[in-house]
Ligand binder design. Structure first.
Ligand code: BES
Ligand code: ZN
Ligand code: ZN
Length: 476
C-alpha cells in the first residue's frame, strides 16, 4: 500500500469522510439533499453510508463508538469493511478526510485498510487477477502528519513481511533460507546481520539447537541481528529472541497429521515477528539499541534424530533429559537465551509458538505472557497490547512449576506434567535467563485458518504491532 498526503480535488473518485455522529455528515462535498440522506441513514445506525455521485463515490464513516471496544479498533475494522467494498468497485485509490473530533481517526482507518489488503497469492497461476485493486491511500494534510504517515507505512509493511515469512512453506523456507531472508531484511532496512553456520553452532556447543537438528538433513542456522544508532535511549541493549522452528513434525514424538502438523510451517512465527520488528525498528530509526536472535532448524524424525530419553548438554552446560522430542522450541530458545547474556541486556523479550497449552487458554484472542521484567514494564506492554488490540494474559512463574521439570537423572527435563504446560515451558526458559525477561507464547494467535476482520488467513503477525508500539513509546 502506498500512502501520501495530497489535496482533495474533483478528480478524486473515491473519498472517505470520517465524521462524528453529532455532526451528521455535513461536508462541502455533499449537496443539502445528500447530507440529509446521510443523516437519515446514520440515524438508522448505518455506520458507513455510501453516496454515489456518478463520477465520484463518497463514503461517510461514522466514528464507531461503543463501550466494548476502543474507537481505534472500531476504525481498523471499518477499514477492513471499506477495503472489501472498494476492491469490489475496482477502486485503485481512496482519499481520506477526517472531519471527526478524533485526531487519529484517519491513521486507524487507513491501518485497517492496509492490514486487510495483505495477500499471499504468489503461488497462484492467476495471481494478477486475484490481486486487490486498491493500492493507494491519500490523505488531506489536516488528517495525518507526515511522521504518522511514515510510521503507518513502515509498520504495515513490516506486518506484511512477518506474514510472508510465516506463509512460506518449508520447501521454500529452510533454516538457512530463513537466515538469508533475515540478512536481506537487514540490508534493506539498515541493520547488521551475522549468521552462524552449522559448523559454528557445533563449535559453540549449542546443544539444544543441535539436538533438535539431528533428525534433519538440512543444517540449522543462528541469526544475530543488531541495530545500533548513534544516539540511544537505552544504555544496554534490548534483546529480542524468536523461535525459528521452520517446521515442527514433533520429531520421533511425531505429531498426528490432521489438524496438528499441517500448520507447523508457522512454528517460526516468533522468528518472523522479531525479524520484521528489526526491519521496522531500523526503518523508523528508533533511538534504541536492539539485538534480535533467531535459532532456526526444522524438527524431524530422521534416522539420527534425538530420541525420548536422551540426555543432552545445553549451550550453558545444563543437562536436559528429553522426554518428548515435540517440546523442541524450549531447547533451541534456551541456547539463544544463554547467548543473550553476553550483552548484559537491559531486557530480553522472546516470542515463540511454544505450547498448545497456551492456545488452549486464550484461543486466538490473546497471547500468553510471563516473565521476570519489572511490573511497570509489564504494564507498558499490556497498554501497548490494548492499544493495538493484540492483547495478552499473564501467567505466574511460581517455583512449584519449576519442581515439575526436575529430572531424575539430569538437571532438567523438557516436559512438565499433564497440566500447566504453558507455565512449565516458561519455567524451563527462565532457567536460562539472568536478566529482566518476558516470554510471549503466541501459539494460539500466530496462524489463522479463517479471515477475521483485517487479519488474513495464514500468518497473522499478531504481537508485532504491540511490540513496535511498546518500543515507539520507550522511555516516554
Ligand atoms: N510448536 C508446538 C506448539 C504449538 C501447538 C504451536 C499448536 C502452534 C499451535 C510445540 O513445539 C509443541 O509441540 N509443544 C508441545 C509441548 C508438549 C510436548 C510438552 C505441545 O504443546 O503439545
Ligand atoms: Zn513441537
Ligand atoms: Zn514447535
Amino acid at each position: 500500500m502506498q500512502f501520501k498526503i495530497s489535496v482533495l480535488s474533483l478528480k478524486k473518485s473515491t473519498v472517505l469522510i470520517i465524521n462524528d455522529a453529532a455532526q451528521l455528515a455535513k461536508s462541502e462535498l455533499l449537496s443539502p439533499l445528500e447530507s440529509s440522506f446521510a443523516a437519515a441513514e446514520i440515524k438508522k445506525e448505518n455506520k458507513l453510508v455510501s453516496i454515489n455521485q456518478y463520477g465520484r463515490h463518497i463514503y461517510i464513516c461514522l466514528l464507531p463508538k461503543n463501550d466494548e471496544m476502543h474507537v481505534s479498533e472500531g476504525l481498523r475494522r471499518m477499514g477492513c469493511t471499506v477495503q472489501n467494498l472498494l476492491n469490489k468497485e475496482k477502486a485503485n485509490s481512496v482519499f481520506i478526510c477526517n472531519k471527526s473530533s478524533e485526531s487519529n481517526a484517519a491513521y486507524w482507518l487507513a491501518e485497517g485498510i492496509s492490514l486487510a489488503s495483505y495477500q499471499f497469492i504468489k503461488y497462484f497461476a492467476d495471481a494478477k487477477e486475484k490481486a486487490f485493486s486498491l493500492l493507494n491511500i491519500e490523505f488531506d494534510k489536516a488528517s495525518i502528519t507526515l511522521k504518522d504517515l511514515n510510521q503507518l507505512s513502515i509498520i504495515t509493511e513490516s506486518v506484511g513481511i512477518a506474514r510472508n515469512l510465516v506463509n512460506e512453506p518449508l520447501n521454500a523456507m529452510s533454516a538457512v533460507e530463513l537466515s538469508r531472508q533475515i540478512s536481506a531484511l537487514g540490508k534493506a532496512a539498515g541493520f547488521k546481520t551475522t549468521v552462524l553456520t552449522k559448523a559454528q553452532i557445533i563449535k559453540e556447543k549449542m546443544g539444544g539447537i543441535l539436538a533438535v537438528n539431528r533428525g534433519s538433513i538440512d543444517p540449522p542456522s543462528f541469526s544475530v541481528m543488531e541495530y545500533k544508532p548513534a544516539k540511544t535511549l537505552n544504555k544496554q541493549p534490548i534483546v529480542l529472541v524468536g523461535k525459528g522452528i521452520v517446521y515442527d513434525t514433533g520429531g520421533l514424538s511425531l505429531k498426528p497429521t490432521a489438524n496438528s502438523m499441517d500448520r507447523m510451517k508457522s512454528d517460526m512465527s516468533g522468528a518472523a515477528l522479531v525479524s520484521a520488528a528489526m526491519y521496522a525498528i531500523a526503518k523508523l530509526q528508533l533511538p534504541l539499541h536492539v539485538i534480535a536472535l533467531v535459532p532456526a532448524t526444522d524438527n524431524r524424525p530422521g534416522e539420527n534424530a534425538y530420541v525420548p530419553g536422551d540426555v543432552i548438554r545445553m549451550y550453558d552446560g545444563t543437562t536436559v533429559e528429553v522426554l518428548n522430542t515435540d517440546a523442541e522450541g524450549r531447547l533451541v530458545l534456551a541456547d539463544a537465551l544463554h547467548w543473550a547474556k553476553r550483552y548484559k541486556p537491559e531486557m530480553v523479550i522472546d516470542f515463540a509458538t511454544l505450547t498448545g497449552a497456551a492456545a488452549a487458554i486464550s484461543g486466538s484472542e490473546a497471547m500468553i505472557y510471563m516473565g521476570t521484567a519489572a511490573e511497570n514494564t509489564k504494564q507498558s506492554f499490556e497498554k501497548s497490547g490494548a492499544q493495538q488490540y493484540e492483547r495478552m494474559v499473564q501467567l505466574p512463574l511460581w517455583p512449584e512449576y519449576g519442581e515439575m521439570i526436575k529430572s531424575d537423572i539430569a538437571d532438567l527435563k523438557n516436559i512438565g506434567g499433564a497440566y500447566g504446560g504453558a507455565i512449565t515451558a516458561g519455567k524451563f526458559l527462565e532457567h536460562f535467563t539472568a536478566y529482566p525477561w518476558l516470554h510471549f507464547d503466541i501459539a494460539g494467535v500466530s496462524f489463522a485458518t479463517a479471515k477475521k476482520n483485517y487479519q488474513s488467513v495464514g500468518g497473522t503477525a499478531f504481537g508485532l504491532r504491540m511490540l513496535l508500539d511498546y518500543l515507539l513509546h520507550y522511555g516516554k
